[in-house]
Design a protein around this ligand. Structure first.
Ligand code: ADP
Length: 160
C-alpha cells in the first residue's frame, strides 16, 4: 500500500492546498494531510481548528485522512508506514528551502522520497499568509479559500 504524507501549516487551508490534495491523492492509496504543530510560528488557527477545517473540506475524498504531528517529519512518516512526502511548488522562491528540506529528510531516512507538484497556475500566487492579510483588512477571501474556511475566518476575526 502506497502511503503519502502532505505536511504543512495549513493556517488556514487554501484552494491551492486543496488542489495539491486532490491531485496527489490520486497518486497514492492513502494520503495523510498532516498539520505541523510548530511552536516557532504564531498561527491564527489552533492545530485542532486547522485539522477540523481540513477534514471538512476534504470529506468527499475517500483516501484522504487528516492528522497532526510534532517533531521530525521522517519519524512521523516511519510511524505511519509512509514513504512519499508531497509538497507543492509555487515559484522559484519556494525551491531553495524545499530542496534543502527534501535532501535533509532523505539523508535522515533514505526510505522516504519527496515529490513536488507544481501548483495549478490559478493558485500560483496564493498563500495562507496572503489570505490572512486580506481577511484582516476586511477583504473578500472567497476566491482563495473554500466557503467553509471563509466562515471560520469570519468567526475568528469577528466579521460577517
Ligand atoms: P509550510 O509552513 O510547511 O510551508 P504551508 O501550509 O504554507 O506550510 O504549505 C504547505 C505546502 O503546500 C507547501 O509545500 C507549500 O509549498 C504548498 N502550497 C502552499 N500554497 C500553495 C498553493 N497556492 N499552491 C500549491 N501549493 C501550495
Amino acid at each position: 500500500m502506497k502511503v503519502g504524507i502532505y505536511p504543512g501549516s495549513f493556517d488556514p487551508v487554501t484552494k491551492g492546498h486543496l488542489d495539491i490534495i486532490e491531485r496527489s491523492s490520486k497518486m497514492v492509496d492513502r494520503l495523510i494531510v498532516a498539520v505541523l504543530n510548530n511552536n516557532a510560528k504564531s498561527p491564527l488557527f489552533s492545530v485542532k481548528e486547522r485539522v477540523n477545517m481540513l477534514k471538512e473540506v476534504t470529506k468527499e475524498i475517500d483516501n484522504v485522512v487528516i492528522d497532526s504531528f510534532s517533531g521530525l517529519l521522517v519519524d512521523y512518516a516511519e510511524k505511519n508506514h509512509a514513504n512519499i512526502i508531497v509538497r507543492g511548488l509555487r515559484a522559484v522562491t519556494d525551491f531553495e528551502y524545499e530542496l534543502q528540506m527534501a535532501q535533509t529528510n532523505r539523508i535522515m531516512d533514505n526510505n522516504v522520497d519527496t515529490i513536488f507538484l507544481t501548483t495549478s497556475l490559478q493558485y500560483a500566487y496564493l498563500s495562507s499568509s496572503i489570505v490572512k492579510e486580506v481577511a484582516i483588512n476586511n477583504g473578500d477571501v472567497s476566491k482563495f479559500v473554500p466557503e467553509y474556511v471563509v466562515e471560520q475566518i469570519q468567526k475568528k476575526l469577528n466579521i460577517s
